[in-house]
Design a protein around this ligand. Structure first.
Ligand code: SAM
Length: 239
């Protein structure tokens, strides 16, 4: 195991969202994902158009629940139902610990579940914030199809993903600039390489176009890009 920054250790092709990672996660993700907090704020602003008093709202891959809490705190519709799923029981335990301390009542629920297997109820808003990239490509289209099916007419799917660029020159430039971004945030060369190696076969970004094509194949017609910084992009798709 080698250092991947923020007290996280990792090894080749073996990145994990469990164990020691859980306590370090909030710090690590907000430092390593550009515009992490700004993306959350933007999603809260968009959510005003979709969350109603009888809505069900999903966060798929909720980790420690940070975004679900922000959505709940932001909305005027506290009666709406918020469901956060994460495949890692350790992450869900942390989210539930936070839920117990803020006492948000029973409208927020965190559950350990594989989002490729859960049955979704009709929903007005589904958010996947840097999660779909960890779902194996063979499962991804099927999951997005089911998200589309679960959405009520007029409901939204907000998808943020690490993305690839359409040709080698752009990809090369962006990868180098993202490495610079991490160096500027205090990560060492060793930590940056360790993390990159640990994500082999685990984080598989699609290009921007491939994400849009996947959304279209699922049935979405109205799709727009809502944020982009280097290789990090957010999409809003409305059913
Ligand atoms: C980068 S984190 C998401 C960050 C979070 N949305 C936020 O705003 O802080 C990705 C999360 O997706 C979860 N995940 C990956 N594959 C999953 C799956 N098949 N089902 C549920 N959760 C999954 C991981 O356990 C991890 O907690």
């Amino acid at each position: 195991m080698a250092k991947a920054g923020d007290n996280i250790t990792a090894s080749n092709a073996n990145w994990k969202f469990s164990g020691e990672m859980v306590d370090a996660f909030d710090d690590h993700v907000s430092k390593s994902v550009p515009l992490y907090n700004e993306g959350h704020a933007q999603i809260c602003q968009f959510s005003d158009y979709f969350i109603k008093k009888d809505s069900t709202v999903y966060e798929l891959g909720c980790s420690t629940g940070t975004l679900t809490f922000k959505l709940f705190n932001h909305t005027n519709h506290k009666q709406a139902k918020f469901i956060g799923y994460d495949i890692e029981a350790d992450m869900v335990a942390k989210a539930n610990e936070k839920l117990a301390t803020i006492g948000a009542g029973t409208n927020i629920k965190f559950e350990a579940a594989d989002i490729t297997l859960v049955d979704f109820e009709p929903s007005d808003l589904v958010v996947c914030y840097y999660t779909l990239q960890f779902v194996h490509p063979k499962e991804r289209q099927y999951l997005v199809n089911r998200i589309y099916e679960a959405l009520n007419w007029g409901g939204a799917f907000i998808l943020f993903e690490k993305v690839r660029y359409p040709d080698a020159r752009f990809q090369d430039i962006i990868t180098t600039l993202y490495n610079d971004y991490k160096l500027e945030r205090g990560y060492s060369y060793e930590e940056i390489v360790t993390k990159t190696r640990s994500l082999k076969g685990i984080l598989e970004p699609f290009s921007s176009n491939a994400n849009v094509d996947m959304l279209k194949r699922a049935g979405f017609v109205d799709i727009c890009s809502i944020q982009k910084f280097l290789c990090f992009e957010g999409f809003l798709a409305i059913k």
